[in-house]
Ligand binder design. Structure first.
Ligand code: SF4
Ligand code: SF4
Length: 179
């Protein structure tokens, strides 16, 4: 089965914010709304610590708490294991926003519905082209692909770099980080 995920290489990521900007354009989001946010992280202990920005977005959790709390079925697990939101079914109760431990769901003020990263599923993560954030990253810090294919570039890179989810044990996340 196909199971899409992403790898973010924090050694390559410069925190330039190009991924967030491109994602905002792709999804016609206002300037104050984004599917990608950044966390500050110290790479080494003080006094040698180098603060870096860690991009955080929907982890497309296999055990997604946002899906289990949704009272209308608006949040669901779709093709390729991607967690999606059906706008027409969303009643704006924000249960999913409260349930997401990564704080990556945002409410669209225009529609009243909740939204988040879709791994560009709508526009074709099926192989016709990749995710916008992957395409625009100037340092090639991002990879998207099939985690269930052991020969995919993402699977081989995760194994080689021993990449891990942002927070091991929090949820079964499908966004991996190489450090
Ligand atoms: Fe849901 Fe948050 Fe997991 Fe995304 S990261 S699937 S919004 S719980
Ligand atoms: Fe479901 Fe929408 Fe409510 Fe979230 S805001 S729990 S997606 S109905």
């Amino acid at each position: 089965m196909t199971r899409y995920g992403m790898l973010i290489d924090l050694e390559r990521c410069t925190g330039c914010l190009a991924c967030r900007s491109a994602c905002q354009r792709q999804n016609s989001l206002p300037a104050d709304m984004g599917f990608i946010r950044y966390e500050h992280e110290e790479q080494e202990a003080f006094p040698n610590g180098r603060p870096s920005l860690v991009p955080v977005q929907c982890m497309h959790c296999e055990d997604a708490p946002c899906v289990s709390v949704c009272p209308t079925g608006a949040s669901y697990v779709g093709a390729g294991g991607l967690v999606a939101v059906e706008e027409g079914k969303c009643i704006g109760c924000l249960y999913c926003v409260a349930a997401c431990p990564y704080q990556v769901r945002v409410r669209n003020e225009e529609t009243g519905a909740v939204d988040k990263c879709r791994l560009c599923a709508v526009s074709g993560v099926d192989g016709s082209h990749g995710c916008t954030c992957v395409d625009v990253c100037p340092t090639q810090a991002r990879l998207v692909g099939d985690l269930d294919d052991p020969d995919s570039e993402i699977s081989r890179t995760i194994a080689r770099r021993n990449a891990q989810p942002l927070s091991v044990g929090l949820t079964k996340a499908k966004i991996y980080y190489a450090r």
